[in-house]
Design a protein around this ligand. Structure first.
Ligand code: AMP
Length: 417
């Protein structure tokens, strides 16, 4: 049997895992400051959750879901995104009963059957956050401020926000705009790709964010949705833009930004970095005031975002090797492992050679591991019940009674925990 990893998946280790850990711990720390609580939802749900919420016509539901059948023939899907599951939890577990506004964040793997390429996988990780209960634009502002804070915390200040509003379902808002857009697109039909010719009938807004050159050119003069939304949506967007300026959050308006999922309304945004190229957003999100209604639940205004960890990790520069810790060298296995166990329990990172190679080789390993101290349990030390401590910084060496070792190390090193 030839072992092979599944196409579009990968193992994360070494520098990659350090990048993921840094992003995850910064997200936990920053999101907590804004009152977000962590939520972990299952990695699979009933397929209809995504079919209804994300939308049948979207690529994610129509083409990209990993489907499974349970033993009783029920259709399940590996989650392709996080929002639908969090909303499901808010409804099934009545989270809004505890407070009229709730904030949750999540992190974990998502699954989409896409063509793998750089920064695009079939299993990828997202960090996301959802804010429930607030209609006013200060909620939109808060989410964008939190994102800016997060990017600062991970030294990714080069990312930029693109912003748009896609209005609401009131007849005079998005539906009226769609009619104007269809008239424009019909005039340019011959320049549209085959996909967009179909989208013109099913979801004309999606033509605006098609990545085909010909469609990009054909839609450059299309009517701008933010100039056509209803008075209320336009007011919401205007207030948000004013507050963003007050808080010095820079953004670019992008009338072609409509997001792939059906559930969005009003504010939508995406996060870009020059280093990922124009096609690949690092993340995106927006308001979805209508999603609860789709699930037959009382309306709860909401907004949120998802960041792609795999793509953000690509933006983090080289990882410096973390140094520190202690290496115990010696040939008396029980004494060496005993000292190692004692140091670890006291809170020090401690290594040793499980194969007990020559002293020279053990010192080489200690050097390679970048430890600050080597503790030597040679024959002489064992006979005299002492330990020699060599500082790797200045090569100074002292000989101490075994019982004094923790105290000496404590003055020289801080325990890790
Ligand atoms: P979306 O839910 O499609 O808006 O995706 C949010 C973010 O998740 C994107 O901006 C990407 O950074 C990331 N993402 C989406 N799909 C993939 C994928 N197949 N592989 C890696 N990252 C992805």
């Amino acid at each position: 049997m030839k072992l092979k990893i599944v196409k579009g998946t990968r193992d994360l280790y070494g520098d990659d895992i350090i990048r993921f850990q840094r992003l995850e711990s910064a997200a936990r720390q920053v999101f907590t400051l804004y009152g977000y609580e962590e939520i972990r939802t299952p990695m699979f749900e009933r397929t209809e959750l995504f079919a209804h919420g994300v939308g049948q016509d979207t690529d994610i539901v129509g083409k990209e879901m990993f489907l499974l059948e349970d033993r009783r023939g029920r259709s399940l899907a590996l989650r392709p995104e996080g929002t639908a599951s969090v909303v499901r939890s808010v409804i099934t577990d009545n989270h809004m009963q505890q407070s009229n506004h709730r904030r949750f964040f999540y992190m974990g793997p998502m699954f989409r059957y896409e063509q793998p390429q750089k920064g695009r996988f079939r299993q990828f990780d997202q960090i996301g956050a959802e804010y429930f209960g607030v209609t006013t634009p200060d909620a939109d502002l808060e989410v964008l401020l939190m994102l800016r804070h997060f990017f600062k915390a991970v030294n990714l200040e080069s990312v930029s926000f693109q912003l748009n509003t896609i209005g609401c379902q009131k007849p005079e808002c998005r539906p009226a705009f769609k009619k104007k857009l269809i008239i424009y697109l019909e005039l340019h039909r011959s320049h549209l790709c085959e996909n967009c010719k179909r989208r013109l009938e099913t979801n004309p807004l999606r033509v605006l964010d098609c990545k085909e050159e010909s469609c990009i050119a054909a839609t450059s003069d299309a009517p701008r949705i933010y100039e056509h939304v209803c008075g209320e949506c336009s007011g919401h967007f205007g207030q948000l833009k004013t507050m963003l300026r007050e808080h010095k959050v820079s953004y670019e308006l992008n009338h072609k930004l409509v997001r792939g999922l059906d559930y969005y309304s009003r504010t939508v945004f995406e996060v870009y970095s020059e280093n990922l190229g124009a096609q690949n957003a690092a993340g995106g999100g927006g308001r979805y005031d209508g999603l609860f209604e789709i699930y037959g639940s009382p309306i709860v205004p909401a907004l949120g975002f998802a960041l792609g960890l795999d793509r953000l990790a690509m933006l983090i520069p080289e990882i410096e090797q973390e140094s520190g810790g202690i290496f115990v060298v010696g040939h008396d296995r029980s004494k060496v492992t005993g000292l190692v166990a004692m140091l670890r329990e006291a809170g020090y990172k401690c290594l040793y050679d499980p194969f007990q190679a020559s002293m020279k080789s053990q010192f080489r390993q200690a050097n390679k591991a970048g430890v600050t101290h080597v503790l030597i349990l040679g024959e002489e030390e064992i006979t005299n019940n002492t330990v020699s401590v060599k500082s790797m910084k200045d090569s100074n060496q002292v000989n101490l009674p075994f019982d004094g070792i923790l105290e000496y190390i404590g003055q020289d090193l801080n325990p890790k925990n």
